[in-house]
Design a protein around this ligand. Sequence first.
Ligand code: AHR
Length: 330
Amino acid sequence: MRTHPPSRKVIAVLAAALLATGVAACGNSDTGGSGGDDGTITLGFSQVGAESGWRTANTTSIKEAATEAGIDLKFDDAQQKQENQIKAIRNFVQQKVDVIAFSPVVESGWDTVLKEARDAKIPVILTDRSVDSADKSLYKTFLGSDFVKEGRLAGEWLVEQKKAATGPVTIVELQGTTGSAPANDRKKGFAEAIAANPNLKIVASQSGDFTRAGGKQVMEQFLKANPKIDVLFAHNDDMGLGALEAITAAGKVPGKDITIITVDAVKDGMQALADGKFNFIAECSPLLGPQLMDLVEKVHNGEEVPARIETQETTFTQEQAKEALPNRKY
Ligand code: AHR
């Protein structure tokens, strides 16, 4: 029997039916997401960059935790630029990922893109850093450290160390990335704590962008402009490590001539502390991956999550660093 080729009309109907089935298989009406046939959750994650040892450890933690949880991670490195993060988030919306998470490089300027994600019904999780949006419905939760507390712990330690000082104690401050939550908050917490002793004075404060190179360069300027520097407060280990080079090159002994306080407690920072080059570190944990993946699963399933989840952290003196170093994971 002779078979007739299907008419154009039949082909069009079949194509439309196939397309409809495909769309249904990829779509997720609750979240606007693309969760695959097998139920795999797709997470779009926009990372700040690779500016510090902390950031590298954070990226590793997120990638490993996603693999462990069976989550399909679409990872984007924004190279410390807000416009790159906005572009990445828009791409995630277009790709219809199930959940978006990001660590905002700066605090402000996110409302428009976050509204786009909300309109597309894609839940957003903030991790590590927060945004200053008044509309809290733009994101489901914020997982990360209390940066004000970190600055305050650093300042309180210094107040205690210098309680016997009878004259001025001059402090220079290496700030993190301008406009970022950790830079704003650590500065605030530290300033509030040292206000307890009017002898403690910040004589210079400038951004080193959370990088070693930035810390070194700005510390060189501080040393040239200020003949007497008693204390350096660096908003992260990497800037403190960069500053060590400038201090040594200026013929001063770090940890002795200049008391050095930092934040993070990554391995290199802890080594400098154990070696007596740093004097105190307020910890900021980058190991957020497992908690983040847990939240991704929960918000994807429509479960309630707390609006704020604070990371548990501690502080380290030189002696405590020596003890903790052998087991330090990052
Ligand atoms: O947001 C956390 C901060 O970002 C870390 O303290 C710093 O090292 C990183 O670059």
